[in-house]
Ligand binder design. Sequence first.
Ligand code: CA2
Length: 150
Amino acid sequence: MNRTVVVLNGPNLNLLGLREPEIYGRETLDDIRAAVTTRAQSHGVTVDFRQSNDEGELITWIQAARTAAAGIIINAGGYTHTSVAILDALLASSLPVIEVHLSNIYRREEYRHHSYISRAATGVICGLGAHGYELAIDAMAKILDSRKTK
Ligand code: CA2
């Protein structure tokens, strides 16, 4: 069974660790990639970790995941709060989706309280910083395990 999980990161997440550490933490996206890859290995899961500032590119990757991956973990960045197109792509993928946010979006500005992505998500993790990505890998591995026998 395919145990590849695509981990997608949206706009500005390439700046992690360089600015606003009080909100997003001190870890860089490369640090998160390394932690997620190690955690995934412990579950026998392969990670395809990507970042783009471009909505269309994220959608292309979601469409490709439909045939290449078993699940999607996504932090869509600011597109979380604006993109029906990313929601549509996630729904069309028919894959389990876990939505991750570094910050607790519900403690922040009102416009961050609504996520279009959540409607396609099996689960949502927010406010736990980079650790949230590792928790998402744990959860996705469990989802994939539960499908083995079905
Ligand atoms: O908390 C999260 O993970 C967010 O998805 C991050 C997005 C924000 O628009 C969402 O509301 C919540 C922003 C990512 C920008 O990341 C930066 C990192 C360092 C410096 C500046 C921006």
